[in-house]
Design a protein around this ligand. Structure first.
Ligand code: THU
Length: 130
């Protein structure tokens, strides 16, 4: 399996983070998903006045990728602001796990803090129907 181009994935996450729609929390999240074929698909969080209809950056990246025909993923880079990088929420972990638990996850901040995980570490024993 080819090495992940982390700088390219991080650049895509930072790029899309700037487009986050966050009038309620002001918490900008950018996610860039790398397919096994080398495509990069990005998503940002999109908030809603109902709050409950808000969708996270990671899920928006996955849903965009699936809509474009990609269902096999190698890695995801997630950028958040603050001192420590944020990790994907529980719902996003389950959505990512639908497509494989080996996914490499890089959580980072624009200031240079980083944390690396495998999805299987963040969501052991994910629920599966198949
Ligand atoms: N958010 C994400 O985009 N990804 C996560 O994994 C956690 C939370 C967003 C949702 C909301 O717009 C804001 O961060 C605050 O919760």
């Amino acid at each position: 399996m080819s090495a992940v181009d982390w700088p390219a994935l991080k650049a895509a996450a930072l790029d899309v983070q700037a487009r986050a729609y966050v009038p309620y929390s002001s918490y900008r999240v950018g996610a860039a998903l790398l397919t096994v074929g080398g495509e990069i698909i990005a998503g940002c969080n999109v908030e809603n006045a109902t709050y409950g209809a808000t969708c996270c950056a990671e899920r928006n990246a996955v849903f965009a990728a699936v809509a474009q025909g990609y269902t096999e993923f190698r890695a995801i880079a997630v950028v958040t602001n603050g001192a420590d990088p944020g990790t994907p929420c529980g719902i996003c972990r389950q959505v990512l796990a639908e497509f494989g638990s080996d996914l490499e996850i890089l959580c980072f901040t624009p200031e240079g803090a980083e944390a690396r995980y495998r999805l299987s570490e963040l969501l052991p024993h994910a629920f599966k129907l198949k």
